[in-house]
Design a binder for this molecule. Structure first.
Ligand code: ADP
Ligand code: MG
Length: 592
């Protein structure tokens, strides 16, 4: 036999394995879902490649997943006829953390530990292949890639810092292609090798995998068998020649066979009326490796000019770790063409980046199977699809905002408010859809965010504009002297306390034909000018102003009489065309 080579795990993998064994034990079931989803990914990859290389499927082998359990020995095997792995891929995929999601998870976990919070975070993540060690002492992966004519075996044990890779030589274990995982269950977890237990888990998790999953199952059927009659008995019955035919008994014949466990019709092809919320949520969790239910979902079909089907979701929380909304690499949209999974790398072509948090599947009949990023970017069809998808995403978010449960939208806003504000800046065309979804604190609502509609409803009869002040917190907004006159007039003022707020509002310019007005700007007009009085005051204090300007010199642009204060003696304001104080703060922070 060729010798086995020993490899050390990447440090992160060791940490992850350690975590899995010591912290994740409360949720062991998930191992099956992770391994089935890997098998399904491997089948997707093969099917996709076979579009351009039909030869790959010439072996007549079906694309499926088979799960077999041996309860006497505590062994579960999961076999797929997917893309398999070469020797190098085995080392790269199962010895390092290639997947950014898992790496991100570890980082988030570290941050939360550093911050002293407990790690109940763990339950919210999928840890992929390594979850096999939740229930196994030993895992053996035997795999054959079409890129190699040899089959390789990866062998790892729980609590070890290294693993082995060798060539498969056992003729009984040869695969035409694909991967077989053999799990040697821990003593206390041997229960997972009961076929009924596996089947129950599979029904739960895997009904949305679009490849057939078979389980190896003992079956039985009843049949009537003739019983050889005792000749003496036959005589007693009178020796009738036909009598022996009547002597039969019922027996149960037992045998083992593969049984289909899941429904394989993709959920987006089904009639929305016949799919329950639970089913949508399960599909979401399975497909996107999520542990929390989504906040909302939307299933639709468009016909006519372009035809596609889609199920979209709004996640319950933003991704962990430092999420960079200006450069999202999300893999949140799975693109299918005529049911064939094409890629989850085209989010950017199907959604504007500010909506990159939306997850879902899109299946088009109008795109070519060999569709590439270039084709997508040029395509008129995609432009139309994008428009529709964006509209549906907004409908879905609006739905959350109208939910009786105000908390739902608060949750949404907390997680994705920043994204919508970015939308104000980047997507002029959709201002009408974004604006009603925005939320702000205000001088009359310091604890709860309000919508612009609520603001408008609360306007005074003579009030024309929507007023705002940008500050770094509600506390500092509340104490600004600019508020005095407005508070006196019972005008509500929006507090823009997120750095991006002010730019977002300036991009919107107006809402329901009411302009947004910064109350810290020089020319604030509250519609109550008394010219006579102003003239008088100007005359009286003109020299005082000149004197102050002289003392302050270049520190101020000008010193003027104002009617906008009621109790404070003076206030610093920004010039009409200059940056607001808040913007200056921002620009300064950015140039550091
Ligand atoms: P993820 O699936 O999120 O990439 P996993 O830890 O679940 O992370 O899997 C790591 C990698 O191992 C996969 O990306 C894939 O390349 C490879 N892999 C795992 N299982 C299989 C399989 N059954 N067939 C082919 N490749 C697999
Ligand atoms: Mg996986």
């Amino acid at each position: 036999d060729p010798p086995a080579e020993k490899f050390e795990y990447q440090a992160e993998v060791s940490r992850l394995m350690d975590l899995i064994v010591h912290s994740l034990y409360s949720n062991k079931d998930v191992f099956l879902r992770e391994l089935i989803s890997n098998a399904s990914d491997a089948l997707d990859k093969l099917r996709f490649l076979s579009v351009t290389e039909p030869g790959l499927l010439n072996d007549g082998l079906d694309l499926d997943i088979r799960v077999q359990s041996d309860k006497d020995n505590g062994i579960v095997t999961i076999t797929d006829s997917g893309i398999g792995m070469t020797k190098q891929e085995l080392v790269d995929c199962l010895g390092t953390i290639a997947q950014s999601g898992t790496a991100k998870f570890l980082k988030a976990l570290k941050d939360s530990k550093d911050a002293g919070s407990d790690n109940n975070l763990i339950g919210q993540f999928g840890v992929g292949f390594y979850s096999a060690f939740l229930v196994s002492d030993k895992v053996v992966v035997s795999t054959k890639s079409p890129k190699s004519d040899k089959q390789y075996v990866w062998e790892g044990e729980a609590n070890a810092s290294s693993y082995l890779v060798r060539e498969e030589t056992d003729p009984e274990k040869m695969l035409p292609r694909g991967t077989r995982l053999t799990l040697y269950l821990k003593r206390d977890d041997k229960g997972f090798a009961h076929p009924e237990r596996i089947e129950k888990l599979l029904k739960n998790y895997s009904q949305f995998v679009s490849f057939p999953i078979y389980t190896w199952k003992e079956k039985g059927f009843t049949k009537e068998v003739e019983v050889d009659e005792d000749p003496a008995e036959a005589k007693k019955d009178g020796g009738d020649e036909n009598a022996e035919k009547k002597k039969t008994k019922t027996v149960v014949e037992r045998y083992w066979d593969w049984e289909l466990t899941n429904e394989t019709k993709p959920i987006w092809l089904r009639n929305p009326k016949e799919v329950s919320t639970d089913e949508y949520n399960e599909f979401y969790k399975m497909t996107f490796n999520e542990y929390l239910e989504p906040l909302a979902s939307s299933h639709f079909t468009t016909e006519g000019e372009v035809e596609f089907r889609s199920v979209l979701y709004v996640p319950a929380i933003a991704p962990m770790g430092k999420d960079d909304i200006t450069n999202p690499k999300t893999k949140n949209i799975r693109l299918y063409v005529k049911r064939v999974f094409i890629s989850d790398d085209f989010d950017g072509e199907l959604f504007p980046r500010y909506l990159s948090f939306v997850k879902g599947v899109v299946d088009s009949n109008d795109l070519p199977l060999n569709v590439s990023r270039e084709i997508l970017q040029e395509s008129r069809i995609v432009r139309i699809m994008k428009k529709r998808l964006v509209r549906k995403a907004f409908d879905m978010i609006l739905g959350i905002s109208m939910s009786e449960n105000r908390e739902d939208y608060e949750k949404f806003w907390e997680n994705f408010g920043k994204h919508l504000k970015l939308g104000c800046i980047e997507d002029r065309e959709n201002h009408k859809r974004i604006a009603p979804l925005l939320r702000f604190f205000s001088s009359q609502s310091e604890d709860y965010v309000i919508s612009l509609d609520e603001y408008v409803e609360n306007m005074q009869p003579e009030q024309k504009d929507i007023y705002y002040i940008a500050a770094d917190s509600v506390t500092s907004a509340r104490s600004t002297p600019f508020l005095e006159k407005l508070t006196e007039k019972k005008y509500e003022v929006l507090y823009l306390v997120d750095p991006i707020d002010e730019v977002a509002i300036q991009n919107l310019k107006s809402y329901k034909e009411k302009n947004f007005v910064d109350i810290s700007k020089e020319d604030l007009d509250l519609g109550d000018k008394n010219e006579e009085k102003e003239k008088e005051v100007k005359q009286e204090f003109g020299q005082t102003c000149d004197w102050i300007k002289k003392r302050l010199g270049d520190k101020v642009a000008s010193v003027q009489i104002s009617s906008r204060l009621s109790t404070s003696p003076c206030v610093l304001v920004s010039g009409k065309f200059g940056w607001s104080a808040n913007m200056e703060r921002l620009m300064k922070a950015q140039s550091l």
